[in-house]
Design a binder for this molecule. Structure first.
Ligand code: TYD
Length: 201
């Protein structure tokens, strides 16, 4: 019990099911008696709200400025919300973390996979104890986004999502304590796969 990971990130492209899985994994952990704090990035804190506005508004933000906003939101999220929840004894589950920036912002800016400026500006972000990369192909993710509906977001573009799948797969070996989960399986199977990694730690 004492060795359960305290800080867990769920990652994947848009439509991979990270939000659904965060909620389902949190429910299962709570049912097993654990205190769980769920959160997401962009966060619901002030810098995250600026990012969410930029993701949906027609106004274009410079991509380098976006990269800095994601990194700033992350550090603020850590000190304001994640660290205090861990201190209080909760398991923190976040829907997206550093791997998202290493995939999205590095791809958008043409940065190398194994480092570069995106890694530098995220250097002070604490490593997750476990990162679960929910791997789906871009076609499956597109179908799910279409079914879900809602307004198009800045990075929803299908050709970009195809490139992001390749980024994520390459990053798997570079992000510490990262495991790949087959996200094309049935919802409950994906949840079980994530739980087995959390509980085996
Ligand atoms: P998300 O909240 O998962 O999307 P939705 O609002 O549809 O549930 O994430 C918002 C978008 O932000 C998504 O396209 C991924 C992107 N993103 C980055 O580009 N870099 C980052 O560091 C993070 C955390 C998210």
């Amino acid at each position: 019990m004492a060795s359960l990971p305290r800080f867990i990130a769920i990652e994947g492209i848009d439509g991979a099911g990270t939000s659904t899985q965060c909620a389902k994994v949190a429910d299962a952990l709570r049912a097993a008696g654990h205190a769980v704090h769920t959160t997401r990035e962009p966060s619901d804190n002030p810098i995250g709200l600026v990012i969410r506005h930029a993701l949906t508004s027609a106004g274009r933000f410079d991509e380098k400025a976006m990269a800095l906003l994601f990194a700033a939101d992350r550090l603020d999220h850590m000190s304001r919300e994640i660290e205090p929840a861990i201190q209080e004894g909760a398991i923190v589950l976040t829907d997206r973390y550093v791997m998202s920036s290493l995939a999205y912002q590095a791809e958008l800016l043409g940065e190398p996979e194994n480092g570069g400026w995106i890694a530098t500006i995220n250097r002070y972000a604490r490593h997750a104890d476990l990162t679960c990369f929910v791997d789906v192909d871009a076609g499956t993710a597109l179908e799910r986004r279409t079914q879900r509906g809602g307004p198009a977001e800045r990075y929803d573009d299908h050709p970009l999502q195809e490139r992001l799948v390749r980024r994520y797969r390459a990053l798997q070996a570079l992000v510490p304590k990262c495991v790949r989960i087959d996200g094309s399986a049935a919802l409950d199977k994906v949840t079980q796969a994530i739980l087995s990694h959390i509980l085996r730690n």
